[in-house]
Design a binder for this molecule. Structure first.
Ligand SMILES: [Zn+2]
Length: 469
């Protein structure tokens, strides 16, 4: 190893490294860079917007809920994916609306005004993890003795946006534990603070939601104590959040889903990805000015009920008449409506199966149209049947979809020409060879019981075993 004298500094109390000031006490943002930020003009074109976000996100670990705050700005870049070259992007005009401007200002002021210092972790002390989920993003602060060690955040994506509040809170914890693994793995004392009720964890055995159970098991592995901190008290590590960090939360208008999801905590009715069209008994519920109830037979053997209701009390009576106790009953409605009726339904029909179908897609009756849909989808990327079926079900439904897709894919000339073995080679289970000297073959494994972890090591030759907690 060589050391360059010019590049070396000795006997310094603090040093600038990659734009951060590293000192004995911790890490903070570099004043030079922050000064640049202070003078940063409001972006007028795509180019300056990109560079602002680049600069700001460099310090994202200092900014609680960075992703949420920056969302109005990152939204502008959405779908752009860097397609516009740096040169051209100077010509693409960007005009910030008031929300975007506020986001810009908030980011700037947090970076400028707060001389926040991140502490180094001390693995002998307990860690505090504070998580938060808003309608747009997830955030987490890892701290010790009230001093932040690191902060992470990201926006919600895809179907996470449909999650109920408590699901998001759980997601935030799981996500934070995964992302802060290098700090938290094997830590003995961890406190998790969430601003959702401990109720969040009352995931009962009756609850069929496998995802929540998996999450719960994952959280349990970390041996953490869970604490409930209502939003207003949730100011751990908030040298930063004195700023209007929860800006985004306030102006959103999804109160309805939030309130009702309190009741839907146990997810009595399991949600499925398949569209409601797949099911034998389909109940579609919408709120409307003029109440009505219509029943159709679709594809000869599926019953579809469409209910428009105004008064929630009579709604339940209407549904009761439509439930078919012999088949799986699929329900399609908004989440607040589901939250309102699911407990009653399960109580009224304890032995009947219900599913919540998020999607209601177009039925395709004409066999020619069906074929065309299959072929168009398949030709897009020549993917396997299962993949084609999954994609098609996002928009369309018709019976025997899988069988028809199989046929079409089987007839695809391009696929048959370029067939390759998609299956993994399975390793045969065989006896391990017999070692001829000490230490030639060691079996190392980790197992846990009663949330204690044991590392075991066994020498195959001597059968000498060591266990360490
Ligand atoms: Zn093909």
């Amino acid at each position: 190893m060589r050391v360059s004298v010019e590049k070396s500094h000795f006997f310094k109390n603090e040093i600038e490294y990659l734009g951060f000031i590293v000192s004995r006490g911790g890490i903070k943002t570099c004043p030079d860079k922050v000064h640049t930020m202070l003078n940063f003009p409001a972006p007028e074109n795509l180019y300056s917007l990109r560079s602002f976000l680049g600069l700001a996100s460099y310090y994202r670990c200092f900014i609680k809920d960075f992703a949420s705050i920056a969302k109005p700005l990152t939204d502008i870049l959405k779908g752009e994916n860097g397609k516009v070259s740096a040169n051209q992007s100077k010509k693409v005009k960007v005009t910030l609306d008031s929300r975007q401007y506020q986001a810009f200002d908030t980011l700037k002021s947090i970076l400028i005004s707060e001389d926040v210092m991140l502490a180094y972790p001390d693995f002998k002390k307990p860690f505090d993890l504070t998580t938060d989920a808003s309608n747009h993003g997830l955030g987490a602060v890892l701290s010790q003795d009230g001093r932040p060690i690191t902060m992470i955040s990201r926006t919600l994506k895809g179907n996470e946006l449909n999650f109920a509040t408590n699901e998001r809170e759980l997601l935030a914890i799981v996500w934070a534990l995964k992302n802060l693994r290098n700090y938290l793995y094997g830590v003995k004392h961890l406190n998790i603070f969430t601003d959702h009720q401990p109720l969040t964890f009352a995931v009962s055995d009756r609850n069929p939601n496998a995802k929540l159970k998996r999450w719960r098991a994952f959280i349990d592995e970390h041996n953490a104590k869970l604490h409930y901190k209502p939003g207003k008290e949730n100011n751990v590590a908030d040298a930063l959040s004195r700023q209007q960090v929860n800006l985004m939360e306030q102006d959103s208008n999804s109160d309805c889903a939030t309130i009702h999801s309190e009741r839907s905590l146990t997810y009595t009715i399991q949600a499925v990805e398949k569209p409601i069209n797949c099911f034998k008994n389909q109940i579609i519920i919408e709120e409307a000015e003029n109440p009505s109830k219509r029943t159709f037979i679709v594809f000869g053997n599926r019953t579809r009920h469409v209910i428009h209701f105004r008064d929630k009390n009579t709604l339940l009576g209407t549904i009761q008449d439509l439930v078919n106790t012999n088949v799986v009953n699929a329900i399609h409605c908004s989440l607040p409506i589901l939250a309102h009726i699911q407990h009653d339904l399960v109580q009224l029909f304890p032995n009947t199966k219900f599913k919540y179908a998020k999607k209601f897609v177009t039925d395709i009756f004409d066999p020619n149209d069906q074929m065309e849909i299959i072929i168009t989808e398949h030709n897009r990327a020549h993917r396997a049947v299962q993949e084609n079926v999954k994609q098609i079900l996002n928009d369309y439904f018709f019976p025997k979809l899988e069988k028809k897709a199989k046929e079409a894919v089987g007839n695809c000339k391009i696929c048959s020409k370029s067939k390759y073995n998609r299956h993994h080679q399975r390793h045969k289970i065989a006896e391990t060879p017999i070692p001829s000297y000490l230490g030639e073959i060691l079996h190392i494994d980790i197992f846990s019981t009663d949330s204690k972890f044991f590392l075991t090591c066994l020498d195959k030759f001597s059968k000498f075993a060591v266990v360490q907690t």
